[in-house]
Design a protein around this ligand. Structure first.
Ligand code: PLP
Length: 450
């Protein structure tokens, strides 16, 4: 009997009692390698001494001061650190408590920006199918994750969706990356024109798609073309790096690799690395100046925004990543992880695609490799893989609905940046065994053979 209102009340969960580097330990003493960082959160693993001490120092000195009365040194220092490492043009950080709050702030900032500059007719948001931007009503409305949206549809504001950039399934045979990116940019342009060029406020996208599709990076040049379309029609570009940002792809900001600067950039998860709940909306000078020179304030706010203890944790996380040169490790271990997955699973008839960037990796499962046909969703293959992995002391983040919200299965991996080469080997070995076992226990293997 539990008094906690759990996510899935009928499911019985082990109790986590301690963390030790890349592992979580449950109340029976069993250890689990956290190969997904929870949901791409715990980038420094668990119980990191420096971060724990920074939190303790800040809590002793000052845990919290309401942001309508005070600023704090630690929030100022964190903002400076983030802005100084962000793509040029990003000038300010608005601190909140998580990813959905960061997205809500981004949507409202975009809207208020247009009100401030005398374009109040801009009210439409365009995002992509098969994306996730959070579970609060605004973020859920913008997101293109069909099953998450469905029960709440009557409550959601209008949002418009175009195709994701999904090479494995959607690039046509013989189509170059360039031509594919152009086709998608043309689709966005048509959508903007359909809605009325001067009525669209922003285009929203995850730089590298996370949980919904399983670490899907864009093709080269895609975001440059998207940026050009946005600029042509005065539409803002909002990049959601709640999951893929803060070093996960081997760059602090995933969009660095795309060569574009968004107008608004959201981060969370890896920002506080799970040590404190914190997110941020980073704003370009253009947006910030319009608000400051206009009404003078952003009409938004939360009680816990800019929380001093959360900022102290995030600041220490950023220092550790920098001083321990962890981005280089993310790149090296990411290459190793993809190569090891290809070696272990690459010849498996049910592994369709192994993809990702840095330590953000996706494995997509298929019933048939040639046709790329997925398994029947009723088999719940992704859930079985999660369970088999937990049995083997491995945390991964599988999900279904990879293709359209209903069909498809994938596994998302997001191990801590501190992983060693032997950690990667252990992760691949356990995951390989878990996938093999799940294909058998769900009957998927037998069904595909018959
Ligand atoms: N945006 C993306 C890309 C995410 O992956 C998530 C969470 O998984 C969110 C937003 C929402 O973040 P949170 O769960 O912290 O509210």
């Amino acid at each position: 009997m539990s008094y906690v209102f759990h996510r899935m009340p009928k499911k019985s969960l082990p109790a986590a009692v301690a963390g030790d580097g890349i592992e979580i330990i449950d109340s029976t003493g069993k250890r689990y390698i956290d190969a997904s960082g929870g949901a791409a959160v715990s980038c420094l693993g668990h119980s990191h001494r420096r971060v724990v001490e920074a939190i303790e120092r800040q809590a002793r000195q000052l845990a919290y001061a309401h942001t309508s009365f005070f600023t704090t040194q630690v929030a100022e220092a964190l903002a400076e650190q983030l802005v100084s490492t962000a793509p040029s043009g990003i000038g300010h950080a608005y601190f909140v408590s998580g990813g959905s709050e960061a997205m809500e702030a981004a949507l409202k900032l975009a809207r208020q920006y247009f009100v401030e500059i005398g374009q109040p007719q801009r009210k439409h948001f365009i995002a992509r199918r098969q994306s996730y931007h959070g579970n609060t009503l605004g973020a859920l409305a913008i997101g293109g994750n069909a099953w998450r949206r469905e029960p709440f549809l009557p409550l959601l504001i209008d949002a418009h969706h175009v195709s994701p950039c999904y090479v494995y399934r959607d690039r046509l045979a013989g189509e170059s990356d360039e031509a594919y990116a152009q086709r998608l940019a043309d689709e966005l342009e048509s959508k903007i024109l359909e809605l009325g060029g001067d009525t669209v406020a922003a285009f929203v996208a995850e730089t590298v798609v996370g949980a919904t599709m399983g670490a899907v990076p864009p093709v080269a040049g895609y975001f440059r073309k998207i940026r050009a379309v946005c600029d042509k029609y005065g539409v803002l570009l909002i990049l959601d790096e709640v999951m893929c940002g803060m070093g996960r792809t081997g760059r602090l900001y995933a969009c660095e690799e795309e060569g574009v600067t968004p107008d608004l950039l959201t981060i969370a998860k890896g920002l506080g690395a799970g040590y404190q709940p914190i997110g941020a909306t980073l704003a370009s000078d253009r947006i910030y100046d319009a608000i400051v020179d206009g009404s003078g304030f952003f009409q938004h706010g939360h009680t816990y925004m800019g929380h001093a203890t959360a900022c102290a944790a995030a600041l220490e996380v950023q220092r550790v990543i920098d001083e321990d040169n962890l981005l280089a490790n993310v790149q090296a271990r990411g290459e190793q992880l993809r190569a090891a997955l290809r070696a272990r699973l690459g010849d498996d008839a049910h592994i369709g695609d192994i993809r990702g960037r840095g330590l953000f990796v996706g494995v997509e499962l298929v019933r048939d490799r040639t046709s790329k046909a997925p398994f029947e969703p009723q088999r719940k293959l992704n859930a079985a893989i999660k369970q088999e992995a937990m049995t083997r002391g491995l945390m991964v983040y599988p999900m279904g609905g990879t293709i359209d919200g209903k069909l498809g299965d994938h596994v998302l991996l997001a191990p801590p940046f501190i992983c060693t080469p032997s950690d990667i080997e252990r992760i691949v070995e356990r995951l390989g065994d878990a996938i093999d076992a799940a294909l058998v226990s769900t009957g998927a293997l037998a069904a595909s053979a018959s």
